[in-house]
Design a protein around this ligand. Structure first.
Ligand code: 6PG
Length: 233
């Protein structure tokens, strides 16, 4: 991230509506600029009400929106632990979006094969956009209680990945085997939005914003982009 770009922090009691509106406004701006909006969804539980609210915003041209996933658990797509299943239930089943606009990480196959398949999909689109690496307009991330984000956990070798965009990873939060976007891909984003709605995580956020954190989420510093913390607690 450009060193002069300070993360924005938005505290709101209307977490889901404000987060959904934030994403919708970014979508309209991206589509006006480039004809497409590239959105990465986060896993976990926090995004669910935001997705449900987003699905209810009537004027979004979903045919111009590409959806990717920041990480996935290595489970079938109908497993209760699947990030895709959470997104399908809370958003995808509630909107009319072309199937080809949703890039699902295949958690049900060999992790390395799934990671390479996903990298190839993103690389094909990046090439169309003339990009070295696929650039998300908005990349949504959550924050774990240990400061992990996506499936980049403290002490994980995945944090050191400097070339690849998507790799297998493991972590202490079950299920342990995952596939995750890497820091280079995350930091290629135009705008990363952390969605957090848990006051217990505020000390970690404070540490990250103070620049005194070595936690994985502190490593999210877009090279040519910005970070917003959208907090509901
Ligand atoms: C996952 C997520 C993970 C999540 C955080 C926060 O697959 O679990 O990618 O990074 O965003 O663990 O999860 P909650 O929103 O459930 O607190």
């Amino acid at each position: 991230m450009q060193t002069d770009v300070i993360p924005s922090v938005i505290h709101t009691p209307d977490f889901a509506p404000d987060a959904a509106r934030f994403i919708a406004e970014a979508a309209h701006a991206a589509i006006a600029r480039a004809g497409v909006f590239r959105l990465a969804l986060s896993g976990g539980n926090t995004p669910r009400p935001v997705h449900e609210t987003l699905a209810g915003i009537g004027d979004l041209p979903w045919e111009k929106i590409q959806i990717t996933f920041g990480d996935e658990r290595c489970v079938p797509p109908d497993d209760s632990a699947s990030n895709y299943r959470m997104a399908r239930e809370s958003l995808l089943d509630r909107i009319s979006i072309p199937a080809g606009n949703v890039f699902r990480i295949r958690g049900e196959i060999d992790p390395e094969a799934a990671a390479q398949e996903y990298e190839a999909q993103l690389a094909a689109f990046a090439a169309r956009f003339g990009e070295a690496r696929y650039r998300h307009d908005i990349l949504i991330l959550g924050l774990g209680e240990d400061g992990h984000t996506a499936s980049l956990f403290p002490g994980s070798p995945a944090l050191a990945e400097a070339a690849r965009n998507v790799i297998p990873a493991t972590g202490p939060k079950p299920p342990p085997q995952r596939i995750t976007m890497t820091l280079p891909l995350i930091n290629a984003s135009r705008h990363v939005v952390f969605l957090v709605n848990d006051a217990g995580k505020q000390p970690i956020i404070d540490e990250i914003l103070a620049g005194s954190s070595a936690r994985p989420a502190a490593r999210v510093r877009p090279v040519e982009g910005k970070v917003t913390w959208l907090l509901g607690h």
